[in-house]
Design a protein around this ligand. Structure first.
Ligand code: 2M8
Length: 725
């Protein structure tokens, strides 16, 4: 079964449809030329399956790089002139000697995502070594672009570069620019005459910038023309000089990639690394707004911050430029009704502007809708700081918006409706990138599994250490063990990131103490466990800990995801019996069920361990057990007194992550394989649907299930993807 495969094919078709032979148009008719950062994002998507075109995309763009290093916002296709405004006749960049001969370009730039794309092209190539000559060709050009930005756009050498036109930000009519633009008084009698073309594509004018915006865009272009594109002159007269957090975050993140590229081709990494550090520091120091808990743009003309909260203010996370404290505050700001909170249910993440502000406009271009490229960068940023759940929810929308509403340019943050151009390039490309990233994760975990398989051929009993006097009275053992597990969790588990610090744990006195206590399990009588909540907590915690203990004891260096032998052969002796993680899960917690694809139940008919089964089983345990899949819930400690609420929370988080995507128009639900492996625990297919409806926060998705339960088909995400390369 090719889950997502069909959609990836559709996305590839879109990119092919927009392909011109040397670059990809951002959209079929609205944007007929080559756009700067669109090409970067598109190359990232293509890097997964068509290295040649990805390289050509970038090289075509850089063929039009100005001699001062600037990479233009638009490279015009001479065969496609007439459909867009402004075109070369308006830009008149031939007034400037730095334009490469024979090239038609605009006279401004855009956020420099290219080094990031180039690094991806190398990493995703089937044979990365063959890409090295491209890296050698492109590296000096990338370096020259970054050098241009720091030289020409950072007059005070602060580490922050300025943009001088809203189009340079990529987020053209963002409310952030309203204030500075309002200060430009435009005299239409003096303004060069012009005619907009963007409204000739059947697009609702209400979803595009206003004529007033365009007047100011044109005013600035005219000013640049009059300065013959001389940066020093522009700087003296331009009323719009702004240090934008998005632009600078992208530059900062691109410096990291630039350093990687330098390393790969044995060039010095010094320059890109020092740029990255300097820009990160400056973002942190100068652009942070403590009260709004977001990064602001800074207006160099007015010499003041622009206190307008848009998604651009979160993007320093993408570059790792925020301090940990700033990231924590940002996270709270981001996870609020202003920007569509986790499990809010009636919205898609992340609207580009604070939904609570008066000027928020759900369908208007950069004044409210959700944009896939912003989501994509932000999801990477959130992951970088360990905000996995929120990153997952962004990722879910990144997948489900195009799947449900089409590969549009931007999406309504409440209804999901697609606006602007359909068949939009970066929406398709970043969708492909995301699907491939999952697939890669899966492949990596399979490699670990294969390695782990070699490690285990016989049972490994972890608590067979020397017999010691009882550490605690037998009646206290379960409690002491649980407290010890909680101690490990507090010190070594990062529950937001779902990670365990195995190195620190291995060397800690807490771990030694835990191991000693597990030895006592050999004398433990399971009949001492009384009460369903105590049993649930005991087995869930012990399951999660035996996995950690197995990894540490066997010195497995990477996270052991999908290593079935770890789950079946690594055991604890409890009383007279041995228990593997599988025994705990399929035996004890699932009431002796049949593991997926197994013919028999976990315990045979005469197995003495059946005396202690927990029945009926609670399907929510599947979101609490760290089962070795990427899709598992982050590891946590479960307390007998609160375990029902904790399981409830775990289920809710899981169902509202990208593990469950409802596609009403296709009568389909895309689901984590967990729902296939354990379908019987949920009470069959109908039970799964009931379960989803109980937890889904998205009202539309829930209603779609309720209205069409009979006809809904399930497709399972992750393990059966067939995107062979
Ligand atoms: C939009 O901007 C262009 C000008 O550059 C336009 O409105 O005509 C923006 O969304 C920008 O970020 C994007 O690169 C471009 C092409 O997709 O369209």
């Amino acid at each position: 079964m090719r889950i997502f495969g069909n959609y990836v094919d559709r996305a590839k078709d879109i990119l092919d449809g927009n392909w011109t032979g040397s670059y990809t148009k951002p959209a079929p008719s609205l944007y007929p030329h080559q756009w700067n950062w669109d090409s970067g994002f598109i190359a990232m998507g293509r890097s997964h399956y068509d290295t040649r075109r990805a390289i050509l995309e970038i090289e075509t763009l850089f063929d039009a790089q100005w001699q001062n290093g600037m990479v233009p916002q638009i490279v015009f296709n001479p065969d496609a002139l007439g459909g867009y405004f402004p075109e070369p006749d308006f830009w008149q960049t031939d007034r400037c000697s730095k334009v490469p001969p024979g090239k038609l370009t605009s006279g401004i730039t855009m956020p420099p995502v290219h080094a990031i794309a180039v690094e991806k092209i190398y990493r995703n190539a089937r044979r990365p070594r063959t890409v090295l000559p491209f890296l050698e060709r492109i590296y000096p050009k990338l370096l020259s672009l970054h050098r241009y930005l720091y030289r020409e756009r950072d007059p005070k050498n602060e580490g922050l570069v300025y943009i001088r036109h809203p189009w340079e930000s990529g987020i053209d009519n963002s409310p952030t620019w309203d204030g500075p633009l309002r200060k430009i008084s435009v005299d239409r009698a003096v303004l060069p005459p012009y005619q907009r073309k963007d409204l000739e594509h059947g697009i609702d004018p209400g979803t595009r910038p206003t004529d007033g915006d365009y007047d100011r865009y044109v005013y600035l272009v005219d000013l640049f023309r009059q300065c013959d594109y001389d940066e020093a002159k522009i700087r003296q007269t331009c009323p719009f000089l702004i240090q934008d957090p998005l632009f600078n975050a992208v530059l900062c993140r691109a410096n990291e990639s630039l350093a990687e590229i330098a390393r790969l081709i044995n060039e010095s990494v010094e320059m890109p690394i020092s740029w990255a550090k300097k820009t990160a520091g400056a973002i942190r120091e100068k652009l942070w707004h403590g009260e709004h808990q977001i990064f602001d743009a800074f207006d160099l003309v007015a010499n003041e911050p622009i206190e307008v909260d848009t998604a651009a203010g979160f993007l320093p996370l993408y570059a790792g430029a925020a301090s940990r404290e700033q990231a924590g505050l940002i996270y709270h700001r981001l996870d609020s009704t202003s920007f569509c909170a986790l499990q809010q249910g009636n919205c898609f993440t992340v609207p580009n502007y604070d939904t609570q502000k008066e000027g928020f406009a759900r369908s208007n271009y950069w004044r409210g809708p959700v944009w896939i490229n912003i989501n994509w960068m932000l999801a990477h940023g959130l992951r970088r700081y360990g905000y996995t759940l929120k990153a997952d929810s962004l990722q879910k929308d990144l997948l489900q918006l195009p799947l449900r509403f089409g590969f549009y340019e931007y999406f309504d943050s409440f209804e999901g409706t697609g606006y602007g151009s359909d068949n939009f390039g970066w929406t398709a490309a970043l969708f492909i990138d995301l699907v491939h990233d999952f697939y890669e994760g899966k492949k990596a975990s399979q490699r670990v599994a294969a390695k782990a398989r070699g490690l285990f051929s016989l049972d490994v009993v972890l608590n067979s250490g020397e017999k010691m006097p009882d550490l605690v009275a037998p009646s206290e053992l379960a409690g002491a063990l649980m407290r010890s597990i909680r101690g490990l969790r507090d010190s070594f588990y990062d529950t937001t990131r779902g990670r365990v610090d195995y190195e620190a744990l291995r060397q800690s006195p807490q771990y030694v103490q835990y191991r000693l206590l597990t030895n006592d399990l050999r004398r433990f009588d399971l009949s001492r466990l009384v009460g369903r909540r105590d049993k649930l907590a005991f087995w869930v915690n012990l399951y999660n800990t035996i996995v950690v203990d197995g990894i540490v004891s066997l010195n497995i260096r990477r996270s052991v995801q999908e290593a079935p032998e770890l789950f079946s052969r690594v055991k604890y002796a409890i009383g007279e019996d041995l228990f593997s993680a599988d025994d705990m899960e399929h035996g004890m917690l699932r009431g002796n069920a049949r593991p997926w694809l197994h013919l028999r139940r976990q315990f045979g008919p005469a197995d003495p361990r059946k005396a202690w089964l927990l029945k009926p089983s609670d399907p929510r345990i599947h979101f609490a057990l760290v089962c070795g899949s990427r899709s598992c819930a982050p590891i946590d400690y479960y307390d007998a007194t609160t375990i029902y609420a904790q399981l409830e929370e775990a289920a809710k988080s899981f169902v509202n992550s990208s593990e469950v995507i409802v596609l009403p128009d296709e009568s389909k639900v895309l689901l984590s394989e967990i729902f296939r492996w354990y379908e019987s625990d949920f009470g069959g297919k109908r039970g799964v649907l009931d379960f989803l409806c109980d937890y889904l926060a998205d009202d539309h998705a829930r209603e779609a299930i309720q209205q069409n339960a009979e006809n809904l088909r399930f497709e399972y995400i992750y393990y059966d993807w067939d995107l062979n390369r």
